[in-house]
Design a protein around this ligand. Structure first.
Ligand code: NI
Length: 196
């Protein structure tokens, strides 16, 4: 199986898992993260195959999306072997996806991991980030906003995560893409409070 067919197989695998997600972690999130990752990987001269494969798989095993994250990670490993990806590459893909999560607060060790983390965070800001924040809040039964003190509202999430992202990016290419998206969030918030 050549690398393009392997990526297509991974793509289908991920589509099956995330197609029905309504928390902002649907299959098209994986596609956007893959596209952003590729764009950054070209600029940062990273391994394109590892970056793209890892970006498609980055949310598999996330504790908030999977009842049994360990099992999900094991299943992916078996699947990657079944499409004849070399053991060494499977390890590189797993390393690149392991520390992506915002909540864990870790910086991935490899360039490919840093890029996937950046791409995932870029998809959490800008217009898409705003849409995903309210989709997630709605799916979890949270209020849009109450007041500055109340946690677990969608607007509070902007202050706990979205506004912090631009200073937590690893690569210069991602920092550049983040500028416009960050500015858009600030504009949105000021308009929101004007109306509120
Ligand atoms: Ni993600």
């Amino acid at each position: 199986m050549d690398k393009n067919s392997q990526l297509e197989a991974i793509n289908n695998y991920v589509k099956n898992i995330f197609d029905a997600d309504a928390t902002g972690h649907d299959y098209l999130h994986m596609r956007r993260v893959a596209r952003l990752s590729k764009e950054i990987a070209v600029k940062e001269k990273a391994d394109l195959f590892i970056t793209e494969a890892a970006s498609l798989l980055h949310d598999v095993g996330d504790f908030k999306l999977f009842a049994n994250p360990e099992q999900a990670l094991q299943d992916v490993n078996v699947f990657l072997q079944s499409i004849h990806i070399e053991k060494e590459d499977i390890e590189r893909i797993e390393t690149a996806t392991k520390d992506v999560s915002f909540r864990k607060g870790k910086i991935p060790k490899t360039l490919e991991g840093k890029i996937v983390q950046d791409a995932d965070r870029l998809d959490a800001i800008g217009a898409i980030g705003i849409a995903r924040t309210f989709a997630y809040g709605g799916a979890k039964g949270q209020l849009i906003y109450q007041d500055a003190e109340t946690e677990n509202t969608s607007i509070k999430h902007f202050y706990n995560k979205l506004l912090l992202i631009k200073d937590k990016l690893n690569t210069d290419a991602a920092k550049q893409i983040a500028e416009k998206r960050h500015a858009f969030i600030e504009t949105f918030l000021s308009q929101f409070f004007e109306e509120w």
